[in-house]
Design a protein around this ligand. Structure first.
Ligand code: SAH
Ligand code: SF4
Ligand code: F3S
Length: 447
């Protein structure tokens, strides 16, 4: 019998990546196998992100494009999951009545029911209820075994911070931490399958366990995971500066397998704007954290997120963000123009900065950051660095790719047997999004 095929497209952050892995497991359990072209699929599922208005519009664009496929093949199942599904709910079925189901962020584990219902031609379904915290603690994504070198493990779901611009707490619900025993069990099982690198994920991993009361703190969880046999590398994402404890910072000095990279979103350099964002720290407090990180671990590289054009941001506020970028010397930033999100506090603020001015600020910021990033990349040429080999490069030709501690991609010639191992690579050339390197023998340490 022919297996049915699914086409799953994933947008957004690490949380959606993990949810998609769970969805794949459920679909395979229903005898679906993945395919790479939507035209060949029996089921098209979009796992969506609503962090900015553009991300949300993109989803409707896709649904418009898939409508003719559904018309040509009425048995095709077309569905939306993730944060846009959660946020839009009923509205989504009104705007795209050719959909079979809309699945919210707390109900991924019920995907099978919805697919079965759609298979027999049932009417469109909406499943966007929020579950209570006790239930959700027992419902962290479970995934099928896989032999990938690097895997995410979810430790926190939801977010309680309510930064004034951000939709995440509204579409993911309140923050819950996963029992530490379960985290350890999942990591052990991944390591036993051959995974070398674990990234602990959540919207704010730094507040792990705090609310639960009976749980260990994040730094302790990190130490426990670090001690598990077979682990080569450990990472975590995302950190909130207000919850970055000294104890956690000190882990960068004491845990050898913890990668010397930290993504620490700053969002703005003006205290007035930071306060309006509800971030809970000043620029100076942020920079004090950075200083301590560099004292504890001089090799550490930091990356960050920055929002330009928050309502009421003046030229002087913006200059303060540029000044912070110069001081913090991030290796990379992800920058965004403020996008008002329905239901968030900042969407109600009056905003008199013209769009062209925001765009100019955005471009100025990008130009500044490019010079800083470029300098790092040039200085790295000639260095011998440990690289965890993740796979064969897309270009083929005997090329492998892996990452440095700093999460920079390196392409180099080598034997596919090296996949899953940490090797020493001499960086020979910097490109825009990666370095080219040459494998050094024998494997050694960071030089
Ligand atoms: N949990 C992480 C990241 C959340 S979303 C954190 O706390 O930092 C990723 C990034 O998207 C944010 O860091 C922020 O820079 C950006 N972002 C979130 N909401 C936004 C909005 N309404 N407009 C523009 N950028 C936004
Ligand atoms: Fe959004 Fe703030 Fe939570 Fe990050 S910490 S997900 S920016 S509300
Ligand atoms: Fe986007 Fe949802 Fe993540 S809004 S950033 S996919 S939590």
């Amino acid at each position: 019998m022919r297996h049915k095929k699914f086409y799953l497209e994933t947008f957004g952050c690490q949380m959606n990546v993990v949810d998609s892995e769970q969805m794949i497991g459920i679909l395979q359990g229903l005898d679906y196998e993945p395919c790479t072209v939507p035209e060949q699929a029996d089921l098209i599922l979009l796992n969506t992100c609503s962090i900015r208005a553009r991300a949300e519009r993109k989803v409707y664009g896709h649904l418009g494009r898939y409508k003719p496929l559904k018309k040509a093949n009425p048995r095709l199942i077309l569905a939306v999951a993730g944060c846009v599904a959660q946020h839009e709910g009923e509205r989504m079925l009104e705007k795209a009545p050719w959909l079979d189901f809309v699945l919210g962020t707390h109900n991924v584990h019920r995907l099978a029911e919805l697919v079965r219902h759609a298979e027999v031609g049932g009417s469109p379904l909406l499943l966007v209820d929020f579950l209570d915290e006790a239930q959700r603690r027992t419902l962290f994504p479970s995934r099928l075994p896989s032999r990938e070198v690097s895997r995410f493990v979810t430790i926190v779901q939801g977010c309680d911070n309510f930064c004034s611009y951000c939709i995440v707490p509204h579409v993911r619900g309140r923050e819950v931490s996963r029992p530490s025993a379960e985290v350890e069990a999942e990591v052990r099982s991944l390591l036993a399958q051959g995974t070398a690198e674990i990234t602990l994920v959540g919207q704010n991993v730094n507040s792990y366990g705090v609310k639960e009361g009976n749980e260990i703190a994040f730094a302790e969880l990190l130490r426990r995971v670090h001690g598990l046999p077979g682990l080569q590398r450990l990472r975590f994402i995302t950190s909130h500066p207000k919850d970055l404890s000294d104890e956690l910072i000190d882990c960068f000095g004491s845990l050898e397998k913890l990668c010397k990279h930290l993504h620490l979103p700053v969002q703005a350099g003006s205290d007035r704007v930071l306060q309006a964002m509800g971030r809970g720290y000043t620029a100076e407090q942020y920079l004090t954290r950075v200083e301590r990180l560099r004292r504890v671990c001089p090799e550490i590289r930091l990356t960050s997120d920055v929002i330009v054009g928050f309502p009421g941001e003046s030229e002087a506020d913006f200059e303060e963000t540029l000044a912070l970028l110069r001081q913090a010397r991030f290796a990379e930033i992800y920058s965004f123009i403020f996008s008002p999100r329905e239901g968030t506090a900042a969407a109600e603020l009056s905003d008199d900065t013209p769009a062209v001015v925001k765009q100019q600020r955005f471009d100025r910021m990008l130009a500044l950051q490019e010079t800083i990033t470029h300098r790092y990349h040039q200085e790295d040429v000639g260095r011998l660095l440990p690289v965890l080999v993740e796979g064969e490069s897309r270009w083929g030709g005997g090329q492998l790719f892996g990452r440095t501690d700093w999460n920079r991609i390196v392409n180099f010639a080598g034997d596919p047997d090296l996949i899953g191992q940490t090797v020493s690579v001499r960086l020979s050339q910097a490109q825009r999004n990666s370095h080219i390197g040459v494998l050094a023998e024998p494997p050694g340490g960071m030089g």
